[in-house]
Design a protein around this ligand. Structure first.
Ligand SMILES: C[S@@+](CC[C@H](N)C(=O)[O-])C[C@H]1O[C@@H](n2cnc3c(N)ncnc32)[C@H](O)[C@@H]1O
Length: 330
């Protein structure tokens, strides 16, 4: 495995060896371009959806890019940076920070690149070999890592004492507070997705394991927050209407490609049968009589300053902790 070596004084998006490794990792299926180490496509359409999903996340968190109480982090790492939209925005809002975004794929040149942000092609599942530790590591919508314990250990080992890590992931399991989802094609699709993902050795609920894995790894001050994100514009209110509009579009854009691998490879469905189900599912996603939510979950925590000060040490942190606006337990 090629180690991740941080380029010194370089603003290039990738080294030549990582570029050639990237080209070897490209595969074409379902008429779209994929990296063989990740289940969603790597193309303009998916990049546009990632930017839409970024808008949802920022709106759900009332304009905040992160929720943990880290203060003025010098060195920041964004794992699975995608389009780099979070990394660039963080760097722009925090000019004193130096931000590195890593991804399996080269980052398309963002329109408003800032001096204090750079990118590197790297697989977060490989061994990390950074020359200096980070003060804040951010992981958003990475999906389920091949080995969660290994990723968490890499993060722990590469954080400075007192540094923070924040994960934000979707629990793609729609629920409704008034049973209006029951018996719908959308609910059937979601149950089949959970089963198919399980058959492929993964879980839609992997982020629910993070709190205990982080505790076992030695992290402290662990906070878990769940946000209910409406799947369309059914709830009233300006913010819910905005989030619902974005989330409907997000789901409709990803549902085909997200379902294809799981239904055909995990459940053995034909593409025709899946297409028929998806026609009904898309209607349900548009239907405001169905009151459903997905869960957007954040887990953040701190590496102790030293083993002797674990659990009570809050220096270098802000006392203000944003609270989720709508929550419930999936
Ligand atoms: C849904 S996108 C999210 C992008 C970004 N974090 C955001 O929230 O806008 C997931 C990204 O994680 C990247 N990714 C997945 N597995 C990875 C890995 N093992 N190492 C590095 N990047 C990875 C994918 O290439 C993709 O760009």
């Amino acid at each position: 495995m090629e180690p991740i070596v941080e380029p010194r004084g370089s603003t290039k998006t990738s080294t030549s060896s990582s570029s050639s490794r990237f080209f070897r990792s490209i595969v074409y299926k379902f008429g779209r371009t994929f990296n063989r180490n990740y289940f969603l496509p790597h193309d303009k359409q998916e990049q546009e959806r990632n930017v839409l999903q970024h808008e949802i996340s920022v709106e759900v968190h009332d304009g905040e890019l992160y929720l943990c109480p880290v203060v003025k982090p010098k060195r920041v790492l964004d794992v699975g940076t995608g389009t780099g939209v979070w990394a660039v925005e963080f760097a722009r809002r925090n000019p004193e920070s130096s931000v590195l975004g890593i991804d399996l794929n080269p980052v398309p040149q963002p329109p408003f690149m800032t001096q204090n942000c750079r990118f590197q092609v790297a697989d977060a599942n490989d061994q990390w070999k950074y020359s200096r530790p980070f003060n804040f590591i951010h992981v958003r919508s990475l999906g389920e890592p091949t080995d969660k314990r290994r990723l968490i250990k890499s993060i722990y080992d590469n954080l400075a004492p007192g540094g923070w890590v924040e994960f934000q992931e979707w629990v793609l399991h729609a629920q409704s507070p008034d049973r209006s989802l029951e018996g719908t094609a959308f609910q059937r699709w979601n149950e089949l997705m959970a089963e198919g993902v399980r058959k492929l050795g993964r879980s839609l609920f992997f982020v629910l394991e993070y709190k205990s894995l982080l505790e076992q790894a030695g992290f402290q001050n662990i906070v878990e927050l769940k946000y209910a994100v409406p799947t369309n514009t059914w709830p009233p209110g300006r913010q819910s209407q905005k989030i619902g509009t974005l989330q409907k579009s997000n789901t409709l854009q990803v549902i085909d490609v997200y379902s294809l691998g799981v239904f055909t490879q995990g459940l053995g469905w034909s593409r025709d049968d899946l297409d028929k189900l998806l026609v009904e599912v898309r209607k349900d996603i548009e239907n405001t009589r169905i009151h459903s939510y997905s869960t957007l979950m954040t887990v953040y925590c701190q590496k102790p300053h030293s083993s002797a000060t674990a659990s009570l040490d809050t220096s270098g942190t802000s006392p203000i902790r944003p609270r989720p606006s709508v929550t419930w337990s999936p």
